[in-house]
Design a protein around this ligand. Structure first.
Ligand SMILES: Cc1cc2nc3c(=O)[nH]c(=O)nc-3n(C[C@H](O)[C@H](O)[C@H](O)COP(=O)(O)OP(=O)(O)OC[C@H]3O[C@@H](n4cnc5c(N)ncnc54)[C@H](O)[C@@H]3O)c2cc1C
Length: 454
């Protein structure tokens, strides 16, 4: 039986004031904060966990640019810088299927700290955004909760980089939530240790897997055809064998996916093998159930690897991501919602804030940017309806399902983030509303910051 109580009103301290407040520090929020600070305003980056980096660091998603091939056209900018800085700080390893580097989930915590410090951003970890502050339609700051209790932060502009459009929704902007049964699966990510790298790689070479192999059993993946015979660091056979031999319970026929990096030290990281359909990343009860279920499934996966994968006989769990990985929840119903045609047919926009190569990965589609094709990202996809002073960036920008399969990718979140950060900063400097900004000025600053927009 549902019951409600009325929470008494109370006075809370204003603990901080800033020009631009970015809430959430994944590739979208981190890029937004850096870009805004480099545009010359006071910036605060708020994050509920103890590290910046979002899915990269908190979940262990290390494949930042595994789409990259010889002909791939890149946006440059802060996404590119993430990889370069990670390489320079020994926090990246060459990626097996592409011309890119895997970010090191732990090392990237230090990369983010350093970038934030250099840009003069005010860092705020361990505080959770819980509610917006408003004057009419305008957001004026946020309420946070932490060990210090409930506190207020005032800001001239707010960027919602929570991944779930939490702030936009609470401000009353229209958002669209994918029905739970259609959401992309969540994953409990894990890293293992004790792998004999040489033997493992010999096994991979003896039986190389391709993207065509993704279409087995439960999954059917549409490609453009050119992907089919390309190498993929894919693992399915050990789990099929384990099912057959009764080592994995019969209902766990969804275990399988990709391995990330295998290190000389015997660690194998970014194990993307557990796929949890039906997990609602906006419902803590659902997330609780699937965190626990995901950990069980990960241990079944490791057991199967030990038995059936060369070099993995001595494998053991090293760590789980510190939180379940959520791919798909709520998106902004933005002033412009990107479409499947935009991402499949090289969408072009006058208000482009950056480009992203033709990389679609999700909802049963995999298209890799092995040609020079690319799309532009429109500023309006980050502009909410009915709310002022707020931009939404990262994976929650406006778009349909297949558009999201492209824009959710981390390097694309960084493109959107950089555009949002610059726009927010310029609107503070010009004392102008976010929807009346001269886009040419945003584009000029983007170019100054090394972003390709056309
Ligand atoms: C398992 C998995 C594998 C993936 N694999 C790949 C891949 O190989 N390549 C790729 O490009 N993409 C991949 N993705 C997608 C990609 O990781 C995400 O789409 C991307 O990280 C989204 O970036 P973001 O900045 O929007 O949000 P996130 O990275 O989700 O960051 C959001 C941040 O906001 C913080 N936050 C949320 N709510 C609050 C609050 N109330 N108060 C304070 N802070 C808050 C969170 O703690 C988090 O740090 C994967 C995703 C998952 C889950």
């Amino acid at each position: 039986m549902s019951q409600t109580i009325t929470e008494p009103a109370r006075e809370i301290d204003v603990i901080h004031r800033t020009d631009v407040l970015v809430v959430g520090s994944g590739p979208g929020g981190l890029a937004a904060a850096l870009a805004a600070a480099r545009t010359g305003v006071a910036v605060t980056l708020l994050e509920r966990f103890g590290c910046f980096g979002g899915n990269i660091t908190a979940v262990g998603v290390e494949g930042f640019a595994w789409y990259r091939h010889a002909e791939t056209v890149e946006a440059g900018g802060i996404g590119w810088e993430f990889e370069e800085r990670a390489k320079a700080m020994d926090a990246a390893t060459p990626e097996s299927q592409s011309l890119s580097y895997e970010l090191d989930a732990e090392g990237f915590k230090l990369v983010a700290d350093q970038l934030i410090e250099e840009a003069g951003i005010h860092p705020m970890l361990h505080r959770m955004y819980v509610a917006p502050l408003r004057e009419g339609k305008r957001i004026t700051g946020v309420i946070v909760e932490s060990k210090a209790g409930r506190e207020a932060i005032l800001a001239k502009r707010v960027i919602d980089a929570t991944g779930d459009a939490d702030i936009a929704r609470m401000m009353g902007a229209p958002t669209i939530k994918t029905p739970v049964e259609e959401m992309q699966a969540a994953s409990v990510m894990f890293h293992i240790a004790g792998v004999d790298k040489q033997k493992f790689m010999e096994g991979v070479k003896a039986d190389p897997q391709t993207y065509k192999d993704w279409s087995t059993g439960e999954w059917q993946v549409e490609t453009s055809g050119k992907e089919d015979d390309m190498f993929s660091p894919f693992l399915a056979k050990p789990f099929a064998q384990a099912l057959k031999d009764g080592l994995i319970p019969a209902h766990l026929n969804t275990i399988g996916g990709t391995w990330g990096a295998v290190h000389d030290s015997g660690e194998m990281t970014y194990m993307n093998l557990v796929h949890l359909a039906g997990c609602d990343g906006t419902d803590p009860d659902s997330m609780t159930r699937f965190e626990i279920e995901g950990r069980k499934q990960a241990m079944h996966a490791i057991n199967a690897l030990k038995y059936y994968t060369p070099g993995c006989g001595g494998a053991r769990l090293r760590n789980f991501g510190m939180t379940i990985g959520i791919r798909d929840t709520r998106k902004l119903d933005a002033q412009y919602n990107m479409t499947e045609a935009d991402v499949r047919e090289q969408g072009r926009f006058d208000d482009s804030i950056g480009i992203y190569p033709e990389f679609i990965d999700g909802y049963g589609v995999l298209i890799l940017p092995t040609t020079g094709r690319y799309m532009q990202i429109p500023y309006r996809a980050m502009l909410p309806k009915q709310v002022e002073g707020l931009l939404v960036t990262g994976r929650a920008i406006g778009g349909d399902r297949i558009a999201h399969a492209a824009t959710r990718n981390m390097a694309c979140c960084a493109v959107a983030g950089q555009g949002a950060g610059i726009a927010a900063a310029l609107s503070v400097k010009a004392d102008c509303a976010l929807d009346s900004l001269a886009i040419s000025e945003v584009q000029t600053e983007l170019k100054r910051q090394g972003v390709r927009i056309a």
